[in-house]
Design a protein around this ligand. Structure first.
Ligand code: ZN
Length: 351
């Protein structure tokens, strides 16, 4: 059993987005489910507040221009910073608190208080680029956390992103950086926003080989995604030996979530984290920070997050949800994808 810190503040609800799918009720509903869970009652989860990221920390990833844009839009009372991305009156401060959730997590681990931290924050971050807010994201929480980890003296950061959408912002920020591995399993960009994340996007310059992309075809199940994790991403993680593992935890791959065509179940999220935990134990004494990205199905997302937390705390869980079926041809397509990805990546890794 391992205690898990859950970083959360009601201030995360103050990023007001109206009828947008990325709305405050995602967190309200999740907290209700978590507070009724056994791991919460047994005090295995401890809820702690984030701190605000200071601008200097954010500027390690983003431009002054982007921050000015978000700030001035918020000051004017809000508006759209991108066609799909809203800024409200308090969004700038809330975004600093979301990024600060990851920073607080690093500090908790550094102080030796926790090995596992989940940041239940919004707005999400993995589509935000150096100079551009988009895809519901204002600033890139996981990237700011990774940069801070490097600043604190770590040399090897591993980001695993299981959101249904490719984390194009995060990948771009670290594209030439060998100190940050970015590994993502997502729905194929040919069929989903943001259109990136092909197997040949492996990084550039000194960072070549350190970006790992597994683009699953629509209707892929959790079983197939786990196969990709076990056969490609985990062996690379083992070889890389990261000092910290960051997880971009997005829950929109659930088969009930309308924003993707993947067919994950709540159990998929348990299994993803269980595999990461089992590997982390051998590579970095199990230090893991998960940061919330997407996930918009208000019924299933809270339970998927609960499953992640159960796996992080090394609690067992009984399967409740049946996995949708994939046809033989669909399964075969994923098998071929795994072979192709292995071929591309075997130039850099022993897989
Ligand atoms: Zn997403």
């Amino acid at each position: 059993m391992e205690k898990v810190a859950l970083i959360y503040t009601e201030d995360y609800l103050k990023h007001e987005t109206g009828r947008h799918v990325e709305k405050a009720s995602r967190l309200i509903r999740t907290l209700e489910v978590l507070e009724n869970s056994k791991i919460y009652r047994d005090k295995i989860i401890e809820i702690l507040k984030p701190r605000k990221a200071i601008e200097e920390e954010v500027l390690k990833v983003h431009s002054e221009n982007l921050l000015r844009k978000i700030r001035s839009l918020a000051f004017k009372g809000g508006g759209r910073i991108a066609p799909d991305t809203i800024v409200s009156k308090q969004s700038y401060d809330v975004a600093l608190l979301a990024a600060g959730g990851g920073l607080r997590a690093l500090e908790l681990i550094n102080e030796g208080r926790f090995n596992r931290v989940f940041v239940l924050c919004r707005p999400p971050g993995h589509h935000a680029e150096h100079n551009r807010a988009k895809g519901f994201c204002l600033i890139n929480n996981v990237a700011i956390t990774a940069k801070k980890a490097l600043k604190m003296g770590l040399k090897k950061v591993f980001i695993f992103d299981f959101d249904a959408h490719h984390g194009d912002g995060t990948q771009k920020i670290f594209y030439e950086d060998p100190n940050v591995v970015y590994a993502s399993i997502h729905q194929d960009g040919k069929t989903l926003y943001p259109r990136t994340g092909g197997i040949r996007e492996v990084g550039a310059g000194g960072g070549e080989g350190y970006k790992i992309n597994i683009p699953l075809p629509p209707r892929s199940t959790g079983t197939m995604a786990l196969k990709c994790l076990k056969e490609i991403i985990l062996p690379i993680m083992k070889e890389y030996k990261p000092e910290i593992i960051l997880v971009s935890a997005g829950y929109d791959g659930h088969w009930h979530d309308r924003t993707s065509d993947l067919m994950y179940t709540t159990e998929t999220y348990y299994e993803f984290m269980k595999e990461i935990v089992n590997n982390a134990r051998n590579v970095n004494n199990g230090k893991i920070i998960a940061i919330l990205e997407g996930g918009y199905d208000l019924k299933y997302m809270p339970y998927s997050i609960l499953k992640t937390l159960e796996a992080m705390s090394e609690n067992n869980w009984i399967t409740l949800e049946k996995e949708p079926k994939m046809s033989t041809i669909e399964r075969k397509t994923v098998e071929i994808l795994i072979k192709k990805a292995k071929k591309v990546l075997s130039k850099y890794w022993n897989i």
